[in-house]
Design a protein around this ligand. Structure first.
Ligand code: AMP
Length: 142
């Protein structure tokens, strides 16, 4: 399955946060949308970083509650791995597993057009297995 196929069913909405927003504002965004990571972008289309709940937990442990008033830019990851809509989900699953992150922004050229989470990847794998199982059962009962 292609990444673009996942986006067609889940939609292309991506929650972003400005690098100047505070970590406290970031937490509100994560809670409000019930998500684990947001793309950091000033204009909503150019990626400046990514920040996940894991970054907040780690910095809270290192620096204490003062990190809540720091800007998102102080805790975000700036080297962001992205994927194109034409990439294959299987290869993205391998990348997420080896690099140990659960979110990958989807870009078309330089433009942010979606985000895929490990949950989306697992869901697509289950759907493929169910389709395969149904056709095998159909074949056996013919
Ligand atoms: P996550 O598993 O998404 O909570 O992220 C774990 C760590 O990887 C955090 O430090 C994130 O900032 C970072 N991270 C998440 N997604 C990406 C990505 N696509 N490229 C690079 N780093 C990422």
């Amino acid at each position: 399955m292609l990444i673009g196929t996942i986006l067609r069913s889940k939609g292309s909405e991506v929650t972003t946060v400005s690098p100047a927003a505070t970590v406290r504002e970031l937490l509100a965004r994560l809670a409000e949308h019930n998500i684990g990571a947001v793309v950091v972008s000033t204009d909503g289309v150019t990626i400046e970083g990514i920040v996940s709940e894991r970054d907040v937990v780690r910095r809270l442990h290192d620096r204490g509650a003062e990190v809540l008033d720091a800007p998102v830019s102080a805790i975000m990851t700036t080297e962001v791995t992205t994927v194109g809509p034409d990439a294959n989900v299987d290869s993205l699953r391998r990348t997420m597993t080896t690099q140990r992150f659960r979110h990958v922004p989807v870009v078309d050229g330089d433009r942010l057009v979606g985000i895929v989470s490990i949950g989306d990847v697992v869901k697509s794998a289950i759907e493929e297995l169910e389709t395969e199982k149904a056709s095998l059962v159909d074949y056996l009962h013919r």
